[in-house]
Design a protein around this ligand. Sequence first.
Ligand SMILES: Cc1cc2nc3c(=O)[nH]c(=O)nc-3n(C[C@H](O)[C@H](O)[C@H](O)COP(=O)(O)OP(=O)(O)OC[C@H]3O[C@@H](n4cnc5c(N)ncnc54)[C@H](O)[C@@H]3O)c2cc1C
Length: 439
Amino acid sequence: MRAYVLIPLYLFVVCLPVLLSWASGMPARSFRNDLASGLGLLAFAMILVEFVLSGRFRSVSSGLGLDITIRFHQLVARTALAFALVHPFLYQWLPGPSRPWDPTRQLTLTSDFVSLLSGILAFVLLPAFVLLSMKHDDLDYRYETWRLIHGLGALLIAGLLLHHALSAGRYSADPMMIWMWGTMTAIAAFSLLAVYVLKPAYQAAHRWRVSSVARLTPRQWGVTITPDGHAGTPYKAGQFVWLNIGHSPFSLRENPFSISSAPSAGPDMSFVIKELGDFTSTLDQIEIGEKAYIDGPHGTLTVDGRDEPGIALIAGGVGIAPLIGILRDLHLAQDARQRVLVYGNRAEEQIVFQDEIDRLAKSENTQVVYVLQEPPDYWFGPSGLIDAGLITRTFDKGQFGSWLFVLCGPTAMMTSVEEALMEHGVAPDRILSERFQYD
Ligand SMILES: Cc1cc2nc3c(=O)[nH]c(=O)nc-3n(C[C@H](O)[C@H](O)[C@H](O)COP(=O)(O)OP(=O)(O)OC[C@H]3O[C@@H](n4cnc5c(N)ncnc54)[C@H](O)[C@@H]3O)c2cc1C
């Protein structure tokens, strides 16, 4: 699904509770009370849609790109938190019996403490949950532990909010609202089921085996997996998968890696993996024949279907992984278009596949620009970072005006290159990028 379908669909679903509350025909009341309910309804709907946004559904992430989907997920979480926190304080005093826990009656419209309790618990848990998610990289526990806490915490909050909406709200007894909240919560819970049960069950029936593991540079490894008893998975050059090596498909131990092989080369999938944390630092322990599982392919970093007359591939460090896949695929497809690969590293020893890249550069319409931050004495190529100056020196007006630019690398490089390209008039739809980190 493309963005022009997904965005109106998203807005419709999130606004549906407010639309149904208007349609419920309840007597009019003050604007403040309507605003208070409206923000509460919006916050709950936004939280429920968050489950689908983070559910790695290809129909969602392939339309927008997974990094945009995750960034949107983060932004919506913060907005929903603000709405949820503000909404109880907007309610105005209403006549009725006194409530011992709320003498000013600013917080509640109901006198039943049990119906309020779920809302109060969610009110306390939600900020803690969002804060924990924003800071998870700084906390000293494994990524997989964070994912588990995130999934279970989200489910708990959704359950509390469902109880609150069906018992404490003005519209809690409205049959349409009950039906809508039930359906939306069921879809949210299903997306967790899909990620943690249905997809792993599919993966268990489509196992792969590690067919090669090799150190490519001091801190980068090449890993290849081969389909075990099936024909493989169709993918486009430049896409990525969640890869699980050596664990049950139902475990949470999987990491996203870009595919560095070309689909036209056969069903095997290769990866270039940089040592970083607990999984990537143990690649030397992987044995040939080890079981592997993939969730994917995902991602929109692909030149398939693009008809620009030239393609610029700009890679920093391990960002070469998807771009070498694209370069290999263009070569195998005998694509006649001009291409330039700009490939930056700190030191020469970090360049992967140098022989292969040099061969491609000699044999066809491919120009390669290696950039080193710390070049050796004999280095004749450009040195420093891949930045606006280097981009200006490497490409000409015609290329900025018509080529496709594909970027993958550290966040700082991507930001400065994207800005430089836009300053040179490259239209945003001719810039494709993949970020390996979401924050
Ligand atoms: C779309 C995408 C493509 C990527 N492609 C490559 C690649 O081709 N080569 C490469 O070397 N690296 C790639 N990465 C980065 C790679 O996923 C992380 O370096 C790796 O997961 C670290 O795992 P670890 O267990 O060694 O380290 P940890 O210490 O567990 O994780 C370090 C950081 O990696 C990220 N990370 C870890 N697990 C996950 C996960 N399951 N989902 C999302 N993020 C996670 C988190 O930000 C975490 O804080 C890619 C990342 C993304 C998002």
